[in-house]
Design a protein around this ligand. Structure first.
Ligand SMILES: [Zn+2]
Length: 468
């Protein structure tokens, strides 16, 4: 994305090229962003800068009415381009305020043909009016993703590798981050929480409109909205960053007590990972068992089942650095999210609970069956992304800490998120950076622990102070 943007700027600066002369003949944008597991997710040919989304939603009928306004830039000359939208009915599309032709194809493709083709480097807007009853995407291994309903009559959005496409037209790939502005109207008795900062509420249009703004570029699957009869808790961090958390009716006090430690948790994570990379914080506490919690940006969403909530809060907030601010390049790189967020729980236990991590590591290695070592931390295949990253992932990072030494490891953990802030990264990028910091090749280590399967040789399994 960076390379494409730089190239566009150079072309614009030259001021001499015209359509058909160096800009390339307008062609349809790709209908996928090329992920190795989910090649049809997202699209090519443009880069979204901002989503400005207005939604009206009626919890009683589940009817949603949306008006999406996208600001984007063409990264190639486009005769047509795609957005992603799962279900829902599109009523009209305008590109640069002119009516555009559109059609639907496949599982989620919205194909838009502007009345005039778009030149490479051109900024353009897309306005889409749509409506319908949103529904989640059911995946046999990953469960329900996207827009979901609560038993109490509310709704929320959570899921990966994609979820945004279930409620708004979007370029649904982690490679295309954008700012996200949401005005969400519900009947007055309902409350709304979403990503970023609160920008106020106003009455009218048959309800109350709740305005939220995420100004940190966000991957679409990290956007969320949740509708319920919330109790809000509002505070600020010492540096003024607003913390807004919302608790659904029936959420026990233990969850509120755990959430009260969020400033301490963010301070701790900041001491390990560098400055908090988002300009808002908080959490969304559902009274609904959804089988997972998710690191939705600035405001993780938590499933019911609150026992031991602190490790989950540590985990989801660690993702704000590892997963949100620095997102995956491909889904095969998901260890860059989950191995690190899981190891953050270890670091918390070490610092706050006095846990000896070398002992914890030795016990885990001793107990691990053969099957465990054959689980993969990279290239695990679609549907298996989350099978081993939570268990084998923190062991790998603890071994890496002992292999390259405490000082180099601390430095990598703390500087990598700043280096890659608001961007994407692959496991190979991370390996190269760690090698740079450690002044040595780590090919053997990464082959043994990350790219390969099987129990690592002792030199990688028991480096430094780790004894068999
Ligand atoms: Zn996670």
């Amino acid at each position: 994305m960076v390379a494409a943007a730089v190239l566009s700027c150079l072309c614009l600066g030259s001021g001499v090229a015209v359509a058909g002369d160096g800009w390339g003949q307008p062609k349809p944008g790709s209908d996928g962003a090329g992920d190795s597991y989910y090649p049809q997710d997202g699209n090519g040919g443009y880069d979204v800068a901002d989503y400005n989304l207005k939604v009206g939603y009626d919890p009683a009928s589940h009817q949603l009415t949306g008006n999406q306004n996208i600001a984007a830039r063409a990264t190639q000359s486009l005769s047509s381009f795609n957005l992603d939208l799962h279900g829902l009915t599109v009523d009209s599309v305008r590109v640069d305020r002119r009516a555009a032709a559109f059609s639907r194809s496949g599982d989620h493709e919205l194909v838009i043909t502007p009345s005039r083709s778009l030149r490479r480097g051109q900024n353009f807007t897309v306005e889409i009016a749509y409506h319908g009853v949103p529904a989640p995407i059911s995946d046999p291994s990953l469960g329900n993703n996207g827009w979901q309903y609560t038993k109490a009559g509310g709704a929320f959005v959570a899921g990966e590798p994609k979820s945004a496409t279930t409620w708004y037209p979007v370029n649904d790939t982690p490679l295309d981050k954008a700012t996200f502005h949401l005005a969400f109207t519900v009947p007055d008795v309902w409350g709304v929480i979403a990503n970023g900062r609160e920008r106020g509420t106003f009455k009218g249009n048959g309800g109350t409109t709740h305005v939220w703004a995420e100004e940190t570029p966000i991957a679409p699957y990290m956007t969320t909205v949740a509708v319920d009869k919330w109790t809000f808790d509002r505070r600020t961090r010492a540096d003024g960053t607003p913390i807004v958390s919302a608790f659904a009716p029936g959420v026990p006090d233990s969850a509120k007590q755990a959430e009260a430690r969020l400033p301490e948790i963010l301070d701790f994570l900041e001491s390990k990972f560098g400055k908090y990379p988002i300009d808002a914080a908080g959490g969304i506490f559902l009274n609904e068992e959804i089988g997972f919690s998710l690191e939705t940006m600035s405001r993780p969403i938590y499933s019911a089942g609150w026992a031991g909530t602190i490790p989950v809060i540590v985990h989801e907030n660690a993702h704000q650095w590892y997963g949100d601010s620095v997102a995956v390049q491909h889904w095969r790189d998901v260890c860059l999210n989950e191995c690190f967020a899981s190891y953050a729980e270890w670091l918390w236990d070490e610092a706050k609970e006095g846990v000896d991590l070398n002992t914890e590591y030795a016990d885990a290695v001793k107990k691990a069956p053969t099957k465990f070592w054959n689980g993969k931390l990279y290239g695990m295949g679609p549907g298996n992304e989350f099978s081993y990253v939570y268990s084998k992932g923190p062991l790998m990072l603890h071994a890496l800490r002992n292999y390259i030494g405490q000082h180099a490891f601390d430095f990598v953990l703390k500087t990598w998120p700043t280096l890659r802030r608001d961007g994407n990264a692959s496991m190979q990028d991370f390996q190269r950076y760690t090698e740079f910091v450690a002044h040595r090749s780590l090919k053997g280590f990464f082959d043994a622990w990350v790219y390969g399967a099987g129990r690592p040789a002792d030199q990688y399994l028991f480096p430094g102070g780790l004894k068999p």
